[in-house]
Design a protein around this ligand. Structure first.
Ligand code: IMP
Length: 193
């Protein structure tokens, strides 16, 4: 059985293949010859994940799943959330996004935040959603050199290092995305054979 993962991000593909451990064949957008700019115009993570998965189902007729992730900061009413990639503007610039977040939180003592990933799956004509959450706090300065996005600013609860300091091996065991992927994997192992 083949399942399309609606991404061209090689890191995400590798990560998910590792977690799925051969359970099912995962193919990328490039492998199905999809080079479209898939719209992500919803105002929730669920909406965006479903929008991407539905696009593949409609245009390519294939079972598929898609993910969307956001950093939700409590004192900012869950911003940047669905706008995490373009918080400081349309350029997808992580440094600018982190600087903006630090600025917004400059005089705030409540530093609570969470990463939330939603995966939308379309399988045999039905839609399913899986969610992964990791709670933590936002630091007052950037720390660490690994990872991507907001990793240098996020310390998960019960850890003292930021995601960018702990490295990908530990991060990928506990992260929001890993938790959502594990739920998807459990669901698939119970439903496709
Ligand atoms: P995406 O939906 O996975 O593309 O994530 C949207 C945005 O959220 C990214 O551009 C990053 O800014 C941020 N983000 C998602 N996952 C992570 C993560 O694991 N660490 C840090 N930032 C992340």
């Amino acid at each position: 059985m083949k399942l399309v993962f609606a991404t061209n991000n090689q890191h995400k593909l590798d990560e998910i293949k590792k977690i799925m451990n051969g359970l099912t064949e995962i193919v990328s957008l490039a492998e199905i010859n999809c080079h479209d700019d898939i719209p992500e115009t919803a105002d929730t993570l669920e909406g965006n994940a479903l929008q991407k998965a539905r696009y593949i189902k409609e245009h390519f007729g294939l079972d598929c799943f898609a993910d969307d992730t956001g950093l939700e900061v409590e004192v900012l009413h869950n911003a940047p959330g669905v706008f995490s990639a373009r918080y400081a503007g349309p350029g997808h610039d992580s440094e600018a996004n982190m600087n903006k977040l630090l600025q917004e939180l400059q005089d705030k003592d409540n530093r609570k935040a969470r990463f939330r990933t939603v995966i939308a799956l379309i399988l045999n004509g039905k839609e399913y959603l899986f969610e992964g959450i990791i709670n933590g706090t936002i630091t007052r300065e950037k720390r660490g050199g690994s990872g991507f996005g907001y990793d240098p600013l996020f310390v998960p609860d019960n850890y003292s290092q930021t995601f960018a300091e702990m490295g990908n091996d530990i991060k990928n065991q506990i992260s929001h995305r890993a938790q959502a992927v594990k739920k998807l994997t459990t669901f698939l192992s119970n439903n496709i054979f």
